[in-house]
Every structure is written in C-alpha cells, then in structure tokens.
Design a protein around this ligand. Structure first.
Ligand SMILES: Nc1ncnc2c1ncn2[C@@H]1O[C@H](COP(=O)(O)OP(=O)(O)OP(=O)(O)O)[C@@H](O)[C@H]1O
Length: 254
C-alpha cells in the first residue's frame, strides 16, 4: 500500500503542492503533461528526493527507510550509470534474484548487455531500467515514462512486460494513448503539482472534457485555476482523442 498525505516537494519553488493519494494493492497510471511534477512525485515516493508531509509504503515512512527491497523503480537515480548491464544483472541476481532472463530479453531487442548504462541510447536505457525493475519481482513498482524515446515496435514489448510482470504500484506517463493498453488500471491525473483522482482508466477514456464544475462529473480537475470536468458522453473533447495531456491546455485554451 502506498499512502501520500499532504505531500509537498520544493526545488527553487513548490513543485508538488499538497498531494493526497492512496494505492491499495492496485495498479495505477499517473498521467500528466510535461513539467506537471510526475517524475518529482515518483522520486519522492521512491525516497530519492526529500518531501514534506507523509509518504508511507506498506506502513513505513519512506524518509525513514533505507533500501526497502520490496520497492523497485526504473528511475535513473536508482542505477549506477558506470556499471554494465551484466554487472547489474549479477548484483541484482545475487541480492534479490531475477525472475526474468534479462540478458535474453535484451538480446532479443539487440541490446548488448556488456554496455554500461551511460553508453545506452535514451530509449535503450529506459527499456533496460524498466525490465530490471520488473525482474526483481518486488511487491511495489514505481515506473517512470517506460515508453519515452521507445519506438512503436518495442513499446508493444514493454507493454507486455508491464502487463505480465506489473503489480501494485504506479506507472507514470504523459500519453493518454498508452492508457488504452491498461484499461483494467486506475488513473490519477497530475496537473501543476496537484493530483486528481482516482478514476478508472475505462471511465477516463470514455469521458469527455468540459469547462466548469459539472455536478455529474466523473472527476473535476483544476487547470490554471479553472475547473474542468470529465463527464460521460461526448458533449466536449473526447479524452481518448486527446493523445497526450499537454493538448488539454490548447484545446481548452486555459
Ligand atoms: N532538480 C530540479 N531542480 C529544479 N527544478 C526542477 C528539478 N527537477 C524538475 N524541476 C522542475 O519541476 C517541475 C516538474 O518537473 P518533473 O520532471 O517532475 O515533471 P514531469 O511531469 O515528470 O515532466 P516530463 O513529462 O517532462 O518528464 C518542472 O517545472 C521542472 O522544471
């Protein structure tokens, strides 16, 4: 279980603004446009950056726990970039045991495991980090943008890995399109550092976006201080046609 209570994260300004969120054994997508705070929030949950408020995983406050082995993330900060993939396979193999033959899977994709992490392309790096995180068979996964810079054919493979090995946890993406692949998941939406939800992915994709606070809304969002409702039917912009969440801002002119 992942529980966030009034979580704030600051860099030179406040980036995460009082987030409350609960993931109780569920598989969750965290959807948000570029710069909305997705990676920052995931990094806080993974214990990589400091936060105010409370983040508990399986009842333990993240800031007080060092190396909780039951959480795995593909965030780059969790990987030593000077190590080769073979080194990481060996280390994780000994520490945690790997339930996927990582070397074989990567070789099928033409990724040589004698390469160091920093020698990989952006897309290869995300593929490697995501596969290793899943292979450690943790209780909870925290997966950031697993499709970023990954070409269409390989995206299908990554989707299959996530479906086969995914479990309780959070997958972050800015692409609404990709949500179609995860119709049995719940979704939260992050906009300007605030989190809205949950909503089921199937409700999200079948909803339309209208300005204002609609009493029948499946979910009400706030964009640039304006209320926006996700409603059933097709009287506004259909969510499943939006593609990526960045487009909401243009379509609604907010
Ligand atoms: N280390 C940092 N120092 C200062 N500001 C930062 C830092 N990292 C991120 N930010 C800022 O915090 C905000 C949220 O960034 P974050 O990377 O969490 O967004 P994101 O939703 O993951 O975006 P993207 O989809 O582009 O990866 C952005 O305005 C970004 O410029």
């Amino acid at each position: 279980m992942i529980e966030l209570n009034d979580v704030h994260v600051y860099y030179d300004r406040e980036v995460i603004k009082g987030v409350n969120m609960k993931v109780d054994g569920e598989k969750v997508l965290l959807l948000g446009p570029n710069g909305s705070g997705k990676s920052t929030l995931l990094s806080a949950i993974a214990g990589i950056i400091p936060y105010k408020g409370s983040i508990k995983i399986d009842g333990m406050e993240v800031r007080n726990v060092k190396n909780y082995n039951e959480v795995a993330t593909n965030l780059p900060q969790a990987f030593s970039i000077g190590l080769t993939i073979d080194d990481i396979i060996e280390i994780y193999g000994e520490l945690k045991g790997l339930k996927i033959d990582v070397k074989a899977e990567l070789e099928k994709l033409g990724i040589k495991t004698k390469k160091k992490i920093y020698q990989l392309s952006a897309g290869q790096s995300v593929i490697v980090r995501t596969l290793i995180a899943l292979a450690t068979d943790p209780k909870v996964i925290l997966i950031d943008e697993p499709f970023e810079n990954v070409d269409v054919a390989k995206r299908k493979i990554v989707v299959n890995w996530l479906k086969e090995h995914g479990k309780e946890g959070i997958i972050v993406t800015h692409e609404v399109d990709i949500a179609r692949q995860f119709s049995d998941y719940k979704a939260f939406i992050i906009l300007e550092g605030k989190v809205f939800g949950p909503i089921t992915v199937s409700d999200l994709l079948s909803s339309s976006v209208v300005m204002g606070e609609d009493p029948s809304a499946l979910l009400t969002l706030e964009i640039n201080g304006k209320k926006v409702s996700l409603v059933r039917g097709d009287k506004g912009y259909k969510m499943d046609m939006i593609g990526s969440l960045e487009r909401l801002y243009n379509l609604l002119e907010v």
